[in-house]
Design a protein around this ligand. Structure first.
Ligand code: PFF
Length: 456
């Protein structure tokens, strides 16, 4: 059916401007800010990496995000249906959305496992099991968790059930209602941790690490990692923002909303950096600990400070909150596609996807135990899925979307959709945006990607 034949008016969607912001920001903010951003900044030299990441966010992230939300809102359908209807007849542009569904599964598989550790850590923080200023003790605690196949799987299933349960309630009553409550709470908790961290003696060293650039560590693969982070952070290149865009209201200002989400997301990453690095330096820990930074170093840091027990609980609660909003949006992609394409009820589509995910996700849950020695391309499933999504699928998705909007869809439709069919006050901005989408972003993504993969 075409958009006019489909019952668009009765379609579930976001009901208020604040709801749109909460849900979209809820998607962007997540483990990417609190787990990935700090450990990547830590291992790639600090502020120099931050500068490259900022550039990628502005030159690639922002335009792709606007384009994606715009296409979704225009079609008001799941991403596969959307691309089928927006593209000229017979052209297979919907394949980009199908690749997005694949990316959603890969991301959700490892993401839900990291979230599983975070959930487990909330309870470990409460009972004090991980409270030790000795990194050897916190390392042992982390290894005991990830190395235990039963615990890893059960916590992951719990996470999946929670996310599935919220999605079952729908877009407005599930996603929107939950993120509206959780996002403000997240900000408050994060600010609490930041203030605590900044009050520590020696905090300035951590700030210098985060904000004084040193570009000596930047090379081709670091550039790709930074760009991959920009995609991952803004949930773009894989249909998530297209799906959420389809729930936007017609009077929603898309560029303004996108700018706000991008700004707030960067702000949260900065806050996470400010919460973590001053504390890491104040107690003489290593900023380049890698993916385990949050699980091994941070507990030791908290154990070293007065009232650390309480702040550690706060930290892992806020990290769980961040993870929930993001996971809702990842899983919503296949749920929307399966129910949209195959006419299944939302309930059935959710349950079906949960079952498949439990199976795919298990490969990541077991990546540090039973499957630790199974490597593809030299990586465990956990690392492989992370690499494939951020370094390949999302950037390729971004390129395809830019080419589609810049060369097939064209300026007039972009102008019409982004102005909500109304009067334009500053057309110049849209022309610049179109130019960037048409020429700059796709070329940049392609060059950084091929370069980072060692093709040149
Ligand atoms: N943006 C989320 C984060 O930074 O944690 C992760 C994410 C959410 C990636 C949704 C992709 C996605 F579709």
């Amino acid at each position: 059916p075409t958009p006019t034949e489909r019952p668009v008016a009765t379609r579930d969607g976001f009901t208020s401007s604040f709801g749109v912001l909460a849900a979209t920001l809820g998607s962007a903010v997540g483990l990417g800010n609190i787990w990935k951003f700090p450990y990547l900044t830590g291992t790639n030299g600090g502020a120099g990496f931050l500068v490259v990441y900022l550039l990628a966010t502005l030159l690639v992230g922002l335009p792709v995000m606007i384009a994606e939300i715009m296409l979704g809102r225009k079609a008001k359908a799941d991403p596969v249906t959307a691309m089928r209807e927006l593209a000229p007849k017979g052209q297979p542009w919907w394949l980009v959305s199908a690749a997005g569904v694949l990316a959603a599964f890969l991301i959700m598989a490892f993401y839900s496992e990291v979230a599983a550790w975070v959930f487990a850590y909330v309870f470990k923080a409460i009972d004090g099991a991980i409270l030790s200023s000795d990194p050897k003790v916190t390392t042992a605690a982390f290894k005991a968790l990830v190395g235990d196949p039963v615990q890893s799987l059960l916590w992951q299933w719990l996470v999946l059930l929670l996310i599935g349960g919220i999605l079952l309630m729908g877009v407005a009553k599930g996603i929107e209602a939950v993120t509206k409550k959780l996002m403000p709470l997240l900000f408050v908790l994060l600010l609490v941790i930041c203030v605590r961290s900044l009050m520590l003696p020696g905090a300035s060293q951590g700030l210098a690490f985060l904000f004084a650039p040193d570009f000596s560590k930047i090379n081709a693969s670091v550039l790709l990692v930074a760009m991959g982070l920009a995609f991952f952070k803004l949930s773009i290149g894989m249909g998530t923002m297209m799906t959420y865009g389809s729930y936007f209201r017609d009077d929603q200002n898309i560029p303004a909303t996108t700018l706000r989400v991008m700004g707030a997301d960067l702000f949260v990453s900065m806050l996470a950096g400010i919460a973590i690095f001053p504390a890491v330096f104040a107690f003489g820990f290593e900023p380049a600990a890698g993916p385990s930074l949050v699980f091994i170093t941070i507990p030791a840091v908290f154990a070293s400070m007065p009232f650390g027990h309480l702040f550690m609980i706060v930290f892992f609660v806020l990290t769980s909150i961040a993870a929930i909003g993001a996971m809702l949006s990842i899983l919503e992609v296949p749920v929307a596609v399966v129910s949209g394409r195959f006419g299944l009820s939302r309930k059935l589509a959710t349950l079906l996807n949960l079952v498949v995910l439990a199976a795919v996700g298990a490969t990541c849950a077991l990546s540090s135990s039973l499957l630790a020695n199974v490597k593809v391309l030299g990586r465990t499933f956990f690392d492989l899925f992370d690499f494939l999504s951020s370094s390949l699928l999302m950037p390729v998705g971004g390129i395809v979307l830019c080419i589609f909007v810049g060369w097939v869809w064209g300026y007039d439709r972009l102008r019409d959709t982004l102005s909500n069919g109304g009067v334009l006050h500053n057309e110049g901005v849209l022309r610049v945006l179109f130019f960037v989408i048409r020429f700059i972003s796709p070329v940049l993504i392609l060059v950084v990607m091929l370069n980072g993969l060692g093709v040149f």
